[in-house]
Structure formats: structure tokens, C-alpha cells
Design a protein. Sequence first.
Length: 418
Amino acid sequence: MPLPLRLLRAATALVLALLGLAALLAALTLSTAPHVLEPPAPDPRAAALDAELAGNLGDLLGNGQMTVRAEAIGAALRSIAYLQPALRGEAEITEGRLDAAASLALPGGLWLNARVSVLPSTGGLALEGIRVGRLPLPPGLTLAAVRAAADRLGGPGTGAAALGAVGPVAIGPDTLSVALAGPRTNDGFFERLVAQLVHAAGAPSTAEIREALALLDAGFDDGSLPATGSFLPHLRLVAEQPVAERPAAIVALAIRCGNARLGRFVGIGRSEAADTGRCDGVTLAGRDDLKRHFAISAALGTGLDARAAFGLGEIKELLDSNPDGSGFNFEDMAADLAGLRFAMALARDPGAAARIGVEGDVMPDISDLPHDLSAAAFRARFGAIGDPAYQAEVARISARIDALRLHSGAAEIHDPAS
């Protein structure tokens, strides 16, 4: 038999074997249905638990350790599923272990289902019972996959650094306690890791944001950005930047005029991000809080998809509807959505600045929007987020934003509230 023919047959056999292996792996790991059922949309209680978990993570950043209740973990997974519908998760603590499951939607109506148990340890992440679909995986291979995924998101070495930062893990009857390992506890390691992941998700680089902060500070210094009055000059300055530089300018504006704590998530040191107070007297639609909602939502839109960025604003309003909050406020929601749409318009339209002349070009009328609703009042009038009455109110706000001058002449973009 001629050698080329032998090689052709050998290559064909290898390809068929690889295809067969791929088909076997697909049969073992993929399913036509999710194992984790779709959870209900977040409610005020879930939002309060999300805030509790955020506080726990703050403890980890500040003190190097945290204790989380199982209920808060469950609420966070419920919110994640709302923000990213393709991903569902559930977790419970039983018999001194944390049992977790996840389902990820894939193209073609397929689902990737996984389960894992986290065990107590004196140091590091201890896993067992790992399954992807019907395929069991050894802990070592799973941790290697986690390291590789983290490296892909945050750059080489991110996975090893993240896993190496996990210290003792304790599991109580209803709590999970984690401490960071070694000297990383208080050296800002975790903040740097978060910043790496945020930038990998699409947010501007730290260097770009620093340059934009310098641009804003120069405007404050020379008086071109006023310390009182309308927020409009600040928005125009951002819109006048080259398209590629606008995302960094939007994030810098949110740090200076929204919330300085955003800086810690993008690698800006606390002294650099410190609130200078020079934006405190500036308002949008006559209000300081609307300015902050607009700026922060616009910044979220530079690193998150539209649904997730808008959904975070919804969860924040649910939190406010609890007894110790200011109430669910559709005025705030209008500022959130207007800020997000502002960022989306600037990302796609080089000529956006030409359509910003007055505040009414970027911010809709809010005079008749429901506000300061308690959880009970919100539920009685609108049901839950996602219910028809709620969707109709958000659609009413969206229509007003569509009609604003900034958007009326722009290319069609996806409405994050739809």
C-alpha cells in the first residue's frame, strides 16, 4: 500500500476517534434541560441579603476574613440569575459542607450542568463530589480548570494567585467563613485581583482612567467644570472626547461625581479616588442624587452588558423599599436608565456631543413618576420586577428617553430595559 494512502487512512482514523471522543464528552456533560430551575426575580428581602453579602465581601477586603450566611449566598445566586439569565445557581449548607450547583445555557438549547461540594479546610479550597453533567471530575483537575479560567479572564498568574489567597475555610450550621492566606490579607491583593477581572470584562484600563481623572481635575481647576449648577458641562466634556477615550472618561466622572468607592474596583488607589468634594454642588434635574445615579449607571455600562447594568439599579431600588430605606423610586430608575443609555450612545456615535445642549437632551421628565414606595406599596401597585405593570412603567420611561435629542438622531441601539 502506498505510504500516502496509509497516512490518509491513519489521519482519517484519528479524526474519527477525536470526533467520537468529542461526541462522548458532549453526551456525558451536556443536557437538554437545566438541573437548576429558574429562580424568581429578586425581591426586597433578596436585595437586603445581597447588601449583607456585599458587606461580608467588604470585610474580606478590609480585614482579610468574612462570614457569610447560606441565605445570603442563595440570594446572591438568585440575583445573578436575574442579571445573567443564561446562568443559574443554587447552594445550601448541610452536614458541615456547602453543596452548590450551576446550570449554564449554551447555543442550540443545550445546558451545561455542574455540582460541587466545598469542605472545611485549614488552608486552601477543598472540593469533592464534582460532576459536570454525568461526568465525575477529580478535585485536582477542577482546580486546574478554575486556575485556567481565571488566567484567561485576569491574565497569567491570576488563577494561581486567587486560589493561593484562600486560607482557612470553616463551615457552620448555616454559615461559611473564609480567611485570606498569609500576607495578602491587608496588602490590597484582593482589590487588585478584582480590578484585573473588571478590566478583563471590558472596563477601561487603570491607566486610561487615571488620564481621564486628570482631565476632569484640570477642568475643576480652571473653572470650566463648575462646582455648582448643572451637571451638563461635565457630560459635554465626556462626550467631546474621542470615542475610544469616552469609556474611561465616563468611569472617571462616576468616581469624581458619583461615588469615589468605585475606584477600588478599577485599580484606582483610595487617595487618587478620594472624594474632592468639587462635584458636590452640581446637580442633574436639580438633584444631587439623580446626578449620582446617572453617573454610576453610565460607568456600569462600560464594563457590563446592558441588562446587568440596568438590573443592578433595580436591585438597589428594591433594597431601598425595605423599612430602613428611602423607598422604591422610579425617578432614580429614570436617571439610571438615562445614564446607561448615555454611555451606550457615546460608545457608538462620534457626533453625540453635538446633540447635548441642555439637560433635557440627556435626562427625561420625571415629574409624574412614582417614588418613595415601600415594599408593600410597590407590591400592591406593580407586583414584582418583571411583572406586566412594572414593565409598563419602565417602558414609559424608556419611551421618554428614546425621544431625547441625544438618542432621537442616533443609530438604533438595544434598550437595556426591554
